[in-house]
Design a protein. Structure first.
Length: 280
């Protein structure tokens, strides 16, 4: 990769536990690019003024996390199918026509499932949450031909709206909403798309079972409660750090044009370095 200079960052509230800056520091060392990556804690009221200031400051783009994924998606002039279907975006670049966005959370989950050799096709899935992470997970599972996806959430209205929204995009997958509680039946895949385990203590109300794949969008040193419970039960697991590095690699490709094949290799190296250096 030729020497590149990339200014980017993370917009969210809070961002105190994010490892995104560490991930991009590793990518800078691996690629030889000069990457300046800054997490910015900003409220919803800050967004309208902050984003134009970032463009004026020479930023290539930015990542988006809780609680701004839906609000920023509404500002886009161009977006990918996942962002449009979910109404949620987490990777944005400054294009000629305005803000352009990808939902790399959805793409990261698809990549992670493929990486561990797990097919969601024909399986029932339970997703805890109703926000941007849940929307991305639901899109990924619909795209992967899951038989059904149920959103277990405290916000029943948001979960029902999300299920209806994704049902239009993937009519062969049955999307539904249910109260936040133990999943009915025996799902083959369970996703934690809530702040539990990262910004809030605890884990979703599900006891992992052998043969079930548990994916956690949250991450913490030593693993979240959910990922530790999955390991103890002998369930397959995808942890939040792996998903974070996947989406960061896809973000870097979006901002820099780095070839996809190189991105996969950098992602593997970055994940190994972070696990050894950060105690994950």
């Amino acid at each position: 990769m030729s020497k590149k200079q990339i200014k980017a960052g993370l917009l969210g509230h809070p961002v105190s536990k994010s490892l995104s800056a560490d991930v991009f520091a590793v990518f800078a060392a691996l690629t030889g690019a000069e990457i300046s990556y800054s997490p910015l804690d900003c409220t919803p009221q800050d967004l309208q003024n902050l984003i134009p200031a970032l463009r004026a400051g020479g930023w290539a783009g930015f990542n988006v996390t809780i609680p701004h994924k839906k609000a920023v998606c509404a500002m886009l002039t161009l977006s990918d199918p996942a962002a449009r279907a979910c109404g949620s975006v987490n990777t944005v670049r400054f294009g000629r026509a305005g803000l352009e966005g990808l939902n790399t959370d959805a793409r990261a989950l698809i990549g992670a499932l493929e990486e561990v050799g797990f097919s969601a096709a024909g399986r029932d899935a339970a997703v805890f949450g109703s926000g941007g992470g849940a929307a991305s997970s639901g899109w990924a599972l619909g795209r992967s031909a899951a038989a059904s996806v149920t959103f277990y959430a405290r916000n029943s209205g948001a979960a029902s709206a999300l299920a209806a929204q994704l049902a239009e995009a993937f009519p062969k997958t049955v999307f539904s909403a249910a109260p936040f509680g133990a999943p009915a039946g025996a799902p083959g895949l369970v996703v934690n798309a809530t702040p539990l385990g990262m910004y809030q203590p605890g884990r979703p109300p599900y006891e992992p079972q052998p043969g079930v794949l548990c994916a956690d969008l949250a991450y913490a040193p030593g693993g979240t409660e959910f990922s530790r419970a999955a390991a103890a039960a002998g369930a397959a697991a995808i942890d939040g750090l792996s998903l974070l590095v996947w989406q960061a690699a896809l973000s870097l490709k979006y901002w820099s044009g780095l070839p996809a094949g190189d991105i996969v290799e950098f992602k593997k190296e970055a994940l190994a370095l972070l696990r050894s250096n950060k105690g994950f």
